[in-house]
Design a protein around this ligand. Sequence first.
Ligand SMILES: CC(=O)SCCNC(=O)CCNC(=O)[C@H](O)C(C)(C)COP(=O)(O)OP(=O)(O)OC[C@H]1O[C@@H](n2cnc3c(N)ncnc32)[C@H](O)[C@@H]1OP(=O)(O)O
Length: 406
Amino acid sequence: MSDDGLTLRTLTTDDLPALSDMLARAFLADPSEGFQHREGLVFEPERSHGVFDGDELIGMGEILTRKITVPGTGPTPFAGITSVGVAPGHRRRGALTRVMRAQLHGLHDDGAEPIAALWASEAVIYPRFGYGLAAQFYRAKIRAKSAFRPGVELEAERVREVGREQAIPLIKAIYEKEAPQRVGALDRPGATWEFNLDDPERRRNGATAFRFAVLPDGYVIYRVKNDWNEEGPRGILSVQELVATTPEAYATLYRFLLDYDLVVTVEVSAALDEPLVHLLANPRAMTRSGGDSLWLRLVDVDRALVTRRYNGPVDLVFGVRDAFCPWNTGNWRLVAGADGAAEVTRVEDVPDLELDVTDLGAIFLGGTRPSTLAAAGRIKERTAGAVSRATAAFATDREPSCLESF
Ligand SMILES: CC(=O)SCCNC(=O)CCNC(=O)[C@H](O)C(C)(C)COP(=O)(O)OP(=O)(O)OC[C@H]1O[C@@H](n2cnc3c(N)ncnc32)[C@H](O)[C@@H]1OP(=O)(O)O
């Protein structure tokens, strides 16, 4: 036990009722049986840490064993950080800091996943622990019935609405084909699909249960909310997930959604380089607001950086500061040949670039450019041209996209 009377230990399945209750309170929800069921689906007790005040669980965080698609190599193990919460009344006394330390120092000590990533409830919480903003998304509202530009090709096949049970095997197969190609996408092991498609009434906000529509090369999961006023129907269609493996399937699914009768607005969370705006005859039929999605942390700079490919050849020395995981502080040389495979070694050489580990996490998936962080004053260039070389080396064809909050 430490001076403040708090203790930390890994959790067990016996802790499930207490942790569900504590998390419900932390996330402004009512504790209910449904909440516990949802928590239990993906809970990995031996990878979860609880902070206790006496016998009372007052704080926690979980690690999920997942894979994320990284540039050039595909699905790579990462620690999915989730269910972080501290009970009201016990906040700002360091419980979260303890959980973060147990997670990141534990991953390092065990030589486990070299990367950790999360979705943050509040964007200010995680940079102090070394998490950088690696992927963003936007929320779009599109006027229903909006026309496409001439020449947009659609599938010959019609979109079919199918029931949940029939849909699941079809959409799983499509997702498993697409996710390894898309930087930032996650694998969905075990009960992850059940977790993602858990659909209790309290999460629907007055809309219907999930509906499923499929093509051979794509699917969409969505809800509709019925609404009317004196002008007539004002329905809203909200997309939960849309995956298409061909441009024709993509356009056909959006045509299906935009033509939905009694709907005036289609809402969707989209990747920053979502093609839809280029399909619309009037791009202003779509309004957008931004948001952060994935926050990513390199647990071990050397082990993490070699998991992806670069646009080689490249040879750069990064001077890294890491206050929370001090083993990363120092100068690291990244050398990649024409095939993009990298070697990363600790060196005494003078760095070409100086940056915080947070910024290395931000640029890792190619979504945040080194040149952007240099312009923000976060990356310091010590060798002329180094920012430009780093920007070219880390660049990817498409924006990273993680539209699955976990
Ligand atoms: C991956 C996920 O699960 S994201 C979900 C995170 N959970 C939630 O949002 C639920 C509601 N909030 C909470 O449960 C808590 O407020 C937590 C978990 C965010 C923070 O827990 P605490 O135990 O209070 O954090 P802790 O005391 O370790 O704070 C560490 C530092 O972060 C700062 N900090 C923590 N939370 C916040 C916040 N929400 N906003 C601003 N600063 C914060 C603290 O001020 C402190 O700063 P200092 O070191 O300069 O004093």
